[in-house]
Ligand binder design. Structure first.
Ligand code: TYD
Length: 206
């Protein structure tokens, strides 16, 4: 049987640069001969697309609980259809957002973060390593308002994002790392790659 792969999750507030970093990390690991699956939440499946449309809309009319249920339903499919099959084939899976997004973002709407975490740990496979990008909210919002211009999402509100950032900062665990993402992208990439390779080394995957 193929050796189980590795699941890496990248997390952080809107504008922290994790999508750019996910792409750079995937390329760097492929260059080192690893088989990498790069994926994201909300997913590109039907539920994920529905969620994206909702967040690009003018108002946030769903309750926190309804939002959480949507993200969890999307995640359930993500795990069953993308993540678990790739792990069974021994691949390195990089997911741009995972269940810590629900803990931070739906927690910031008033739901109990510990409960969100517990519900998700039942539903979704635990990442081997989760990296949470940290940077000041003002810097993240400035990045989002720079080019390329794109419509603002309803979640990109400074007061809300401060609460999201605080919840991310409170997350701790042996498989969780907080990484300063305020430096220019190449420097953040170097730090992320270093951390990832060190992890893979220790886990005996390289
Ligand atoms: P984002 O990664 O910003 O998507 P895009 O590619 O459209 O920039 O995710 C969209 C929003 O969804 C973002 O504000 C975070 C939010 N989100 C949650 O609130 N809970 C979750 O569980 C997930 C996965 C995302």
């Amino acid at each position: 049987m193929a050796r189980r792969g590795v699941l890496l999750a990248l997390e952080g507030i809107d504008g922290c640069g994790k999508s750019t970093q996910a792409g750079l990390l995937a390329t760097a690991l492929r260059d080192r001969g690893l088989e990498v699956v790069l994926t994201r939440e909300p997913t590109d499946g039907p539920l994920g697309q529905q969620i994206r449309e909702y967040f690009q809309g003018p108002t946030r009319y769903l309750s926190a609980k309804e939002e959480l249920n949507l993200f969890m339903a999307d995640r359930r499919e993500h795990v069953e259809e993308v993540i678990n099959p790739a792990l069974a084939e021994g691949k390195v899976v990089i997911t741009d957002r995972y269940y810590y997004s629900s803990v931070a973002y739906q927690g910031a709407l008033g739901l109990d973060p510990d409960r969100i975490l517990a519900q998700n740990e039942v539903l979704a496979v635990r990442p081997d390593l989760a990296v949470i990008f940290t940077l000041p909210v003002a810097q993240a919002l400035a990045r989002l308002s720079g080019p390329p211009q794109r419509p603002r999402q309803v979640s990109e509100d400074p007061v809300y994002l401060e609460r999201v950032a605080t919840l991310y900062a409170s997350l701790k665990g042996p498989h969780l790392r907080h990484l300063d993402a305020s430096a220019p992208p190449p420097a953040v990439h170097d730090a992320l790659l270093h951390l990832t390779l060190e992890f893979l080394e220790t886990a005996g995957r390289r």
